[in-house]
Write a protein that binds this ligand. Structure first.
Ligand SMILES: [Fe+2]
Length: 325
């Protein structure tokens, strides 16, 4: 829903769940988007902290840590404690940050501000569409860790959508209709939506379209959720227009205000989210006047999504897709 602006607030301290955890956590009754207190991400996490953070992340899907102070190495070290890191798409250009970071800024490689009509600015504007990071990879990632170095005076929020609650709220007929359907995801699709069409043949080869289920079951919690976003173009075994429309309808449903939280960034904020069950998008800001400097690490998934014991894209290449449905 355009303009959804539910800002995160926390209810009464009854939801202060310090239990026996290694830190304090504020969350809400819907268990979506929690704030963590008492963890310094610049130092090595203890095994208890890591285990408790994973438990909190699985339960709440989005975790906010304020007042962190992370240089690039500390950001990388912290992230690696949760798994292997994705490297970003190089696109043959000089980069401002290391390849393990997605550069979520409006700066060019040399620190100058991007012109609004530059290729990179247009390419990056896809971040303002609802998406799950890198769902165009055959092995879609788990967590993202986005850290704020410089923030803007107004705008530039990040919104998060709970695809678990959205699935829960669908009517049973729709659940039955879509459970088992698979959608084609591609980096080209999300960039096409922004008007960016400058991919080389090599890039097209490096990122072929992949299939992902529309409904996933989270491996840690067993909860089902929708799995959607701007990289998804159409649905296998449906007419292209029908599939595209169904995807649009589902995103519109899932991103109603009741499923969305908005975060206004401060310097030192780090947000960890679970791409397996969360959609997110950045909101616009005055990108030619104000610097917004953020960097993101992304944790690789556990492997391609498996259906009936076989990787989903292998089933397709063997013409066995009907086994999915
Ligand atoms: Fe993203």
């Amino acid at each position: 829903m355009v303009g959804s602006t539910i800002r995160v607030t926390f209810e009464e301290p009854s939801h202060l769940l310090d239990k026996t955890m290694a830190f304090k956590i504020f969350t809400n009754e819907d268990k979506f988007f929690a704030e963590i207190f008492g963890v310094d991400l610049s130092t090595s996490l203890s095994s208890t902290e890591k285990a408790d953070l994973l438990e909190a992340a699985h339960e709440n899907a989005v975790l906010l840590f304020r007042n962190q102070n992370l240089n690039e190495e500390q950001h990388l070290n912290m992230s690696r404690q949760f798994g292997g890191l994705e490297t970003t798409i190089q696109r043959g250009r000089k980069r401002r940050v290391k390849p393990e970071f997605a550069d979520i800024s409006n700066l060019d490689w040399d620190g100058t501000m991007l012109e609004s009509d530059s290729g990179r600015a247009i390419y990056s504007s896809a971040n303002q569409l609802w998406h799950s990071d890198a769902s165009f990879r055959a092995n879609p990632p788990k967590f993202s860790f986005l850290y704020a170095e410089e923030v803007v005076e107004s705008g530039g929020e990040t919104e998060f959508c709970d695809e678990r609650a959205a699935w829960d709220a669908l009517d049973p007929d729709m659940k039955e209709k879509i459970d088992g359907l698979v959608a084609w995801h591609s980096l080209m699709e999300s960039r096409r939506r922004t008007g960016f069409l400058e991919f080389t043949d090599g890039e097209r080869e490096a990122f072929p379209s992949v299939l992902q289920p529309i409904v996933r079951t989270h491996p840690a919690t067993g909860r089902k959720n929708l799995f959607l976003g701007a990289h998804a173009s159409h649905i296998e075994n449906l007419e292209r227009a029908d599939g595209a429309r169904l995807l649009d309808d589902l995103v519109e449903f899932a991103t109603q205000e009741c499923f969305v939280r908005s975060h206004t960034w401060s310097v030192g904020d780090l947000i960890m989210w679970d791409n397996r069950c969360v959609l997110h998008r950045g909101r616009p800001f005055n990108a030619t006047m104000e610097r917004r400097v953020m960097r993101r690490t992304t944790i690789s998934g556990d492997g391609p999504i498996v259906v009936n014991g076989r990787p989903i894209n292998e089933l397709v290449s063997h013409g066995a897709l009907n086994e999915l449905i």
